[in-house]
Write a protein that binds this ligand. Structure first.
Ligand code: CMP
Length: 143
């Protein structure tokens, strides 16, 4: 069992896709064990995207990710980290395969609707940025 961080980004919230996107994760058999809506601050953006802060696209990424509320979720499941990343598709909506979230809903490299942790270390670090230990509602289902 793995736990990963998923963010529904400002474009997902503004396009009213929250329900459809959550449905995809639930339909796959993944479990949401924590969820909140919040506005990312510039400080949180710099922590979350620490590896990108020096990149040329970072100023634009920070303006985008702080532009409207996001939905942060902790998602549990077997191999959840790679399963969720597969469901998202390639970073750019222009390159993402049909059938993936970005392939079906995005035509942008930056406004790609959803973020998900790319490995176990990133998942732990990112989950700690958005949730405290008492906010996880662990539950398991055999269904
Ligand atoms: P995400 O999976 O959240 O990880 C980093 C984010 O930076 C990525 O999704 C995009 O939103 C954004 N991003 C990555 N590459 C570029 C780029 N070349 N130009 C603009 N935004 C980018």
């Amino acid at each position: 069992m793995q736990r990963t961080l998923v963010l529904l980004k400002p474009d997902a919230v503004e396009r009213r896709l929250i329900g459809q996107l959550i449905s995809r994760f639930e339909a796959k058999g993944l479990s949401i064990v924590a969820m909140k809506m919040l506005r990312v601050t510039p400080d949180l953006a710099k922590q979350h995207y620490a590896e990108h802060v020096e990149k040329p696209f970072y100023p634009s990424l920070e303006s985008f990710i702080t532009s409207a509320p996001i939905v942060a979720m902790a998602i549990d499941g077997l191999e959840a980290i790679s399963v969720v990343r597969e469901m998202l598709g390639a970073t750019s909506g222009l390159k993402a395969a049909a059938g993936t979230i970005r392939g079906d809903f995005s035509s942008s490299r930056q406004m790609n609707l959803v973020h998900a942790s790319d490995g176990p270390e990133a998942a732990k670090r990112e989950l700690d940025l958005y949730f405290t230990a008492d906010e996880f509602c662990d539950h398991t289902s055999v269904l």
